[in-house]
Design a protein around this ligand. Structure first.
Ligand code: LHQ
Length: 265
């Protein structure tokens, strides 16, 4: 597929979506958001896709909203921009598409992930970073609050004290500390980062896709459920997955002491 501000390809079950405005640290503009929606819809519709890897081109992952974009600029003498409308049109659908995606999502963060760039990465199921990467909740520096699900995911991952500190001070959080705090899954040395990401992508692409996605959905639902509701949800998912080809294959492979060949259904 041809895009201007992103790159997208899907080979051997691995869908790779790369933010591609390197001269602007891959900051989001309106056109990039539209392309992201199209690409995520393509992943959703492509039955050969088994994992989505989200990365950035050039020297960093993403600097969040492009602050020079007309959609968010205040022109002297004019009306203030409606940032709520921008969030509703561009950022909410992005997070919602990621959360509903029928394949697991892997964010590969190198360099800086700032503002909505950071919270977008944190919206993926698994977040890995190169050792020199950093995460910046830059919103407070320009008078905003963490969006793109930031106020939801930050306290869940790191607790309220650290979440508020990150969001209110806007300091750079180095990737190793982000991993120590439980904000992200793992950090790899810069020299082996892309090889580690590839290996993880291949592993996820050969995993029982539907089970992984139900796991994400159940864990997200837990934030609003009672224990009783969550137990019932788990039972329903188990009922569904127990009828899946991947469950049959997983158990057969275990009994036969051979590696499973999951098909993702
Ligand atoms: C940028 C940006 C950028 C444009 C670097 N825009 N050019 C939702 C809805 C509605 C409205 C607003 O926002 C949102 C969600 C959000 O994401 S709000 C948060 C927006 N992002 C920021 O506030 C981050 C601003 N950028 C920074 O603080 C720094 O650039 C970071 C920490 C990302 C990186 O710092 P450095 O590594 O020192 O790089 P740099 O500052 O030199 O940036 C490199 C270039 O990229 C530079 O351009 P230039 O022409 O001078 O080389 C920057 O102007 C440009 N750039 N971020 N968000």
């Amino acid at each position: 597929m041809d895009f201007e501000h992103i790159r997208y390809r899907c080979t051997d079950g691995v869908a790779r979506l790369t933010l591609h405005r390197p001269e602007r640290l891959n900051a989001f503009n309106t056109a990039m958001h539209a392309e992201l929606r199209t690409a995520l819809d393509a992943v959703q519709a492509d039955v050969s896709a088994r994992v989505l890897v989200l990365g950035g081109a050039g020297r960093g992952f993403c600097a969040g909203q492009d602050l020079a974009d007309a959609a968010v600029r205040f022109e002297p003498g004019g009306e203030p921009p409606d940032l709520g409308a921008v969030v509703e049109r561009d950022y909410m659908p992005l997070v919602q598409r990621l959360a509903a995606l029928r394949v697991p999502t892997l964010a590969a963060v190198h360099g800086v992930a700032a503002g909505a760039g950071a919270t977008l990465a944190l919206g993926c199921d698994i977040v890995v970073a190169s050792r020199s990467a950093s995460f910046v909740q830059a919103f407070c520096k320009i008078g905003l609050l963490p969006d793109t699900g930031g106020t939801w995911v930050l306290p869940q991952r790191v607790g309220m004290a650290r979440a508020l500190g990150l969001a209110m001070l806007g300091e750079r959080l180095p990737a190793p500390q982000a991993a120590d705090w439980g904000l992200i899954w793992a950090v790899y040395d810069d020299a082996v980062f892309s090889a580690e990401v590839d290996a993880l992508a291949v592993r996820l692409a050969s995993s029982p896709t539907r089970a992984l996605v139900r796991t994400r959905q159940a864990m997200h639902a837990a934030a609003r459920n009672t224990l009783e509701q969550q137990l019932a949800l788990e039972a329903g998912c188990m009922r569904e997955l127990g009828r899946s080809a991947d469950y049959i294959e997983g158990v057969e492979a275990f009994i036969a002491k051979r590696p499973p060949r999951f098909r993702g259904d």
